[in-house]
Design a protein around this ligand. Sequence first.
Ligand code: ADP
Ligand code: ASP
Ligand code: MG
Length: 470
Amino acid sequence: MKLIFKFGGTSLSSGQNIERVVRIVKDYVDRRDRVVVVCSAMDDVTDLLIELTREASSGDHQRIESAVSELNKMHIEAVEAVIRGREVRETIVRLINGRLEDLRRALLGVSYLREVTPRSQDYILSFGERLSTTIVWGALKDWGVDAVYLEGGDAGIVTNSNFGEALPIMEVLVREVREKVGGLLDEGRVPVITGFIGKNTEGVITTLGRGGSDYTATLIGYAINADEVWLWTDVDGLMTADPRVVKDAKVLSKVSFEEAIEMALFGAKGLHPRALEPAKQANIRVRIKNTFNPQSPGTLIGGNARQSSTCTVKGVMLVRNAGMITVRGPSMVGRPGTAAKILGVFAKENVNVMMISQSVSESSISVVVRREWVKRLKEVLEREMLTDEEVEKIEAEDDVSVVAVVGEGMKGTPGVAGKVFSAIANKKINVRMIAQGSSELNISFVVKESDALEAVRALHEEYRLRELET
Ligand code: ADP
Ligand code: ASP
Ligand code: MG
């Protein structure tokens, strides 16, 4: 079989864990499967790099030195734990030190200029994957696998220049990935590729957005027509709810692409929201597997997953870090063009809209986005819209969460909404906004962040998801 294995940061968080990863890859390679490996950054490294860039841009030199040595310690310890051969180990240590020096210089640059651009942010973030993948590559070589290290761009992940959330340029990408990655597979070698990062047409490093390594894996799967893409992580599969929120959440053995896409949109397993698109388009099965329990069958996405959707609801998802912006004006609703104008502002700012709803009685339009955007969007909307006479006020709330109930069986089943909202009302939770996708695969609503966990648990209970036969 032709397989893409993507290992998330949770699977690469120490030398010991990387050893598990290497064992898994070697197992499949020895069985003559053709395997492409895609790696995320070690756990939490991307978050650290984001924080560091922010600190550097306020001129904090001291913090740069201590963080770079923290990163050095973490990566070198992993190398020493997993790579035994002296020669490979020395090569990898040298490469890691070189990369960390480049990172240090980039951060110092930011701190002298006191400015960070989206482009320099992407360059800095790319170090997470470049460091971790270097170690995995070295470890595979050390274990006798004929591995070849490739950065996203070298592998053919070509994107537009929308730094921070770049989009693939499919035509070029498919051609290049086929040539580079497909070529190596044909030679019987194992490409080991940095997830998350690509390059624009001028060769400048870009990133695909948070959780983007999943997307790298499916894009490569699409380009080389893989049989399956396996996303290796730290849980047994996609679950009926976040196991950190609902203790008795259950693993779903099969879900359809449509269901998984809805779940990903609402934050399930931190899956990149677009990651399943290429797989769905090329009908490539995706599996979620547990690095720490490889025997477990995991979740199959796609294939004949539809057969198992006899239950109405399959999961209750939660996006904690949401924000809501409401535009009000007495004569606004019913006047064509206002919603278009609001959404135009969001598009211009490159912001993904999670939900939108219009209330006639209150003459308002509310839009839900990721929390980090709220402040800026409010400012831009005030600048661009308060001059219109029909817009009176723009309100922003940054303490809300989105709860979504997802399941293919909801389609055409009457009474789902009634049941959902009476369960919420029974807990005396106030619902701020409601939306239902036209696909009828989900009902989503907004609550105060402080009510969100209780809402998720109440719905998990109401639909008896812990007893779900999957
Ligand atoms: P990775 O490092 O493998 O990319 P992530 O941290 O992105 O892993 O995602 C894995 C985590 O997602 C799990 O540890 C789990 O706590 C969380 N999670 C949230 N919602 C779900 C869900 N519905 N099903 C499975 N895991 C979930
Ligand atoms: N390291 C990146 C992130 O944390 C990409 C990924 O892990 O998929 O978002
Ligand atoms: Mg992830």
